[in-house]
Design a protein around this ligand. Structure first.
Ligand SMILES: Cc1cc2nc3c(=O)[nH]c(=O)nc-3n(C[C@H](O)[C@H](O)[C@H](O)COP(=O)(O)OP(=O)(O)OC[C@H]3O[C@@H](n4cnc5c(N)ncnc54)[C@H](O)[C@@H]3O)c2cc1C
Length: 309
């Protein structure tokens, strides 16, 4: 065990925490199947526990960050020095009908979007179909304001319960959150612990039809047979990043085992033993060429964290 892992163990000693993985390679957990080691991956099992863990890590001056399904993160090969708070244990989701014909689904941060979408369909509630096939968690989706096919999380969320950097819990109405394109603009030290989605009554057959249409589009357009983190770059106004990368002639470009997908140029796929550095090299090459040849700045949608090797 490293000295850093020991400091984390001491900070959390006496707490009833389910699972802690020390010095854990991100290649085991991230959807890209690559990335360096994190000092500790701590499975959070309740909102109360999350508050206490935050307070203890703060007191011990140990950096930390929340993660969901790790489908939008690249951890540099040098790893992440600190604790990743893995929200998987916050896994409660329920549907509530309220007066006035409004329907709500409340889901904790660690619930997979696919589960929320499935519950909505079973309850004949429409509004979340656009999330079909997005592999993230509720917490990650709210944080990133995930979106697809013309809709975003901000369109269906009515409130978000967060725990702030002091470990205090509060519920924010949608109007209090400055959602933007793939950003929630929540303060950096805030963690989403649950979200409430507001939905309308619909027809189950129509909802399921829309879901299968979206899944079919995804299967046709996206290289789902390879590990990836979804779209690497944000689209530019009026210009999808994938189209630009294709026009720059970079489809299929390869560094090590990382490759700009031949199927969808805004995806970088891992063809086996790719490293974070391979992916980051491709990202820099694409950005450089876009700048030089088209005068535009491509901003990454994926979060890049951690240390250089
Ligand atoms: C095949 C594929 C297709 C995809 N398609 C889409 C798509 O159509 N649209 C789209 O928007 N995205 C898409 N994505 C990207 C990704 O699934 C989404 O961005 C998703 O919302 C990320 O959720 P996550 O739980 O995996 O977050 P993570 O990758 O674990 O984290 C992402 C960011 O959110 C933060 N975060 C995570 N949980 C919390 C929390 N509880 N509180 C505060 N911050 C938190 C993390 O700190 C990090 O900064 C796709 C990814 C893949 C692999």
């Amino acid at each position: 065990m490293t000295a850093r892992s020991q400091a984390i163990q001491e900070a959390l000693s006496g707490m009833d925490i389910g699972k802690i993985l020390y010095d854990e390679p991100m290649s085991r957990h991230a959807s890209l199947k690559l990335g360096g080691r994190v000092d500790a991956l701590v499975m959070i099992e309740s909102e109360g526990q999350l508050g206490e863990v935050i307070q203890r890590l703060k007191a011990g001056n140990i950096p930390f960050m929340p993660v969901g399904n790790l489908t939008n993160i690249i951890v540099r090969d040098g790893g992440y020095r600190g604790v990743m708070l893995w929200m998987h244990g916050l896994d409660q989701v329920a549907c509530e009908a309220e007066e006035g014909g409004q329907y709500f689904i409340r889901a904790q941060a660690g619930v997979g979007l696919s589960r929320v979408v499935g519950l909505a369909a079973a309850e004949e509630l429409t509004g979340l179909e656009f999330c079909t096939g997005i592999p993230g968690s509720v917490g990650g989706a709210v944080w990133m304001n995930a979106g697809a096919y013309g809709a975003e999380i901000k369109d269906v969320v009515s409130s978000v319960t967060v725990i702030d950097g002091r470990g205090e819990k509060k519920t924010l109405r949608r109007e209090e959150i400055a959602f933007a394109y793939r950003r929630s603009n929540l303060p950096a030290d805030v963690m989403v612990c649950k979200a409430c989605f507001i939905l309308k009554k619909g027809s189950e057959a129509q909802i399921r039809e829309r879901m299968s249409q979206i899944m079919k589009w995804r299967q046709e357009k996206h290289p789902l047979q390879y590990p990836s983190a979804g779209s690497v770059f944000k689209n530019l106004p009026g210009l999808p990043a994938g189209k630009l990368i294709e026009e720059l002639g970079l489809k299929g470009m390869r560094r090590g085992d990382a490759q700009v997908s031949k199927q969808h140029a805004n995806f970088i796929i891992n063809k086996g033993r790719g490293t974070a550095q391979d992916v980051l090299t491709l990202i820099s090459l694409i950005q450089e060429k876009a700048r030089k040849e088209r005068g535009v700045e491509l901003e990454t949608e994926v979060m890049i964290i951690g240390e250089k090797p």
